[in-house]
Design a protein around this ligand. Structure first.
Ligand SMILES: [Zn+2]
Ligand SMILES: [Zn+2]
Length: 482
């Protein structure tokens, strides 16, 4: 980009004003459509006259943190104060939000450098009722900034899921602004129909139509997840979220726990029929947009998936946190003949040993009550697992066979691909295997091996708690993730 090469600023005779909550790319596209151009082409003409305007023919990179020179050129062209335009940039409007809490285009992802390349192309959703209101009130249709938040999958004004596919033709083609009655309307670039029209069209598709009955369970499920989204946005703004989800929570701890649970839901488990825990979540309120498959190791999946998948991820997190009746509302109750209710306990049983250990290590940065809850679940699971192995060894001794000792965790699961955990910050599974072997070989444990089960359980619980505490110290476990 040779923004610095701007020589003689162009001044446009006609340039609509930006809305306060508008995306920069949306504003520039609205301006461009007055001249029968698309936003990328106008950006090239205004910011690189005589230069590589061809190479600039996209809106990538404009919304997040545009260069000062570029904003100045655009502001001069539109006869606007520079400040008014720069206030629209995402990094400026939400200075405390990490880049991965905005919605980026999966199609532009470069798997070799996933964390940076996808961050150039924004992928906002839209609400057809908002677009329809724009038209009814004689406003230009425009894309709201919060439609590009990865923490939001709904229009909170109309309490409706955001769209990213054209409801008429089902494609995810480029959106087009078209001049209409002195304003602009947003059209599907593929089938050419105005997207606001769907608000009055009928019948609706079941996935995103709001049921008429206010007491409908789907309303309740959506409202719960919208309340979580509100708290997530509060936390990203460095404000204290409510204690409904994780108990009293510092904003940073709230976000850390949410991010880690999304990782645990999307990281592959290999040995299970559905491979990724998130594939077990498919409910009437949050229908799964197809089977989740990850070809790449990405930590921040929520930022580069369509709104439907994002809603499903956030609903799954909420189901794990709330469990009980609400958890059941947000997740289906059976997968084939397998009946289940989402819970943190279920997640811990689903994931592999190294992934469970990773969760325990990461939970050091979670809100305290949630951390304790996980520790209790993992501690109990560890005790049960170890007690089972000791019983098995005892049976083997009775049969006169050498006891099978020293391998509390399997080396590898035959169906599992080699662990990609280091890329996600998972610690080495071998470390936890060693840890467990040390516990089972310790003099204290050997001394109670023939004691009653209750005594063995309490001793093992104490030893495993000490081991878990040790695993949370930086010396014992190396955390490689961000
Ligand atoms: Zn709306
Ligand atoms: Zn269409």
């Amino acid at each position: 980009m040779t923004v610095g090469s701007v020589m003689a600023p162009t001044v446009l005779p006609l340039a609509p004003r930006p809305m306060e909550d508008e995306l920069l790319s949306s504003w520039l596209s609205r301006v461009a459509c007055r001249y029968d151009l698309d936003g990328g082409a106008l950006r090239g003409l205004l910011t690189t006259p005589g230069g590589d305007a061809e190479g600039m023919a996209s809106l990538h990179g404009l919304d997040y943190r545009p260069a000062r020179e570029e904003i100045t050129a655009l502001a001069v062209a539109a006869r606007l104060p520079v400040e008014r335009l720069s206030a629209l940039a995402l990094a400026r409007a939400h200075p405390t939000w990490p880049r991965h809490w905005f919605a980026w285009d999966w199609g532009a992802l470069d798997p070799t450098n996933g964390t940076e390349r996808y961050a150039d192309a924004l992928a906002p959703g839209w609400c057809e009722l908002c677009l329809s209101e724009d038209r009814a009130t004689g406003r230009h249709a425009y894309l709201r900034r919060h439609w590009a938040h990865a923490a939001v999958g709904f229009c909170h004004r109309h309490r409706l899921p955001l769209r990213h596919l054209c409801p008429f033709c089902g494609t995810a083609s480029l959106l087009q602004f078209v001049p209409s009655d002195g304003g602009t309307r947003l059209y599907c670039g593929d089938c050419g129909r105005p997207l606001d029209e769907y608000a009055t069209a009928s019948p609706k598709d079941a996935a995103t139509a709001r049921p008429l009955d206010d007491d409908h369970p789907i309303h309740h499920a959506w409202d719960v997840v919208m309340a979580f989204e509100t708290d997530l946005c509060r936390a990203l703004d460095c404000r204290i979220p409510t204690s409904r989800w994780m108990g009293p929570s510092h904003p940073t701890a709230f976000i850390a726990a949410t991010e880690d649970l999304i990782v645990a839901l999307t990281v592959g488990q290999g040995g299970y029929p559905r491979h990724h825990a998130i594939n077990a979540f498919d409910s009437a309120a949050f229908p799964s947009p197809g089977r989740f498959r990850s070809n790449f190791d990405l930590q921040y999946w929520a930022c580069c998936v369509p709104p439907a998948r994002r809603r499903s991820l956030l609903a799954a997190v909420v189901a794990l946190l709330l469990e009980g009746e609400t958890g059941a509302l947000l997740s289906e109750t059976c997968i084939g003949s397998y009946r289940w209710v989402a819970s943190l306990d279920w997640l811990c049983r689903w994931v592999r040993d190294d992934q469970r250990a990773w969760l325990v290590v990461r939970s050091a940065r979670w809100p305290e009550l949630l951390r304790q809850r996980l520790e209790k679940i993992v501690g109990e699971a560890f005790v049960m697992q170890s007690a089972h192995r000791v019983r098995e060894a005892s049976v083997q001794r009775h049969k006169g066979k050498a006891p099978r000792t020293g391998k509390p965790f399997p080396e590898t699961t035959p169906e599992s691909p080699p662990s990609k955990s280091p890329a996600l910050g998972l610690p080495d599974a071998a470390h936890y295997r060693r840890l467990a072997e040390e516990i089972l070989a310790s003099p204290e444990w050997l001394a109670v091996c023939h004691a009653p089960l209750a005594v063995r359980r309490s001793t093992l619980h104490r030893l495993s708690e000490a081991a878990l505490a040790a695993s949370r110290t930086p010396r014992a476990v190396k955390i490689t993730g961000g």
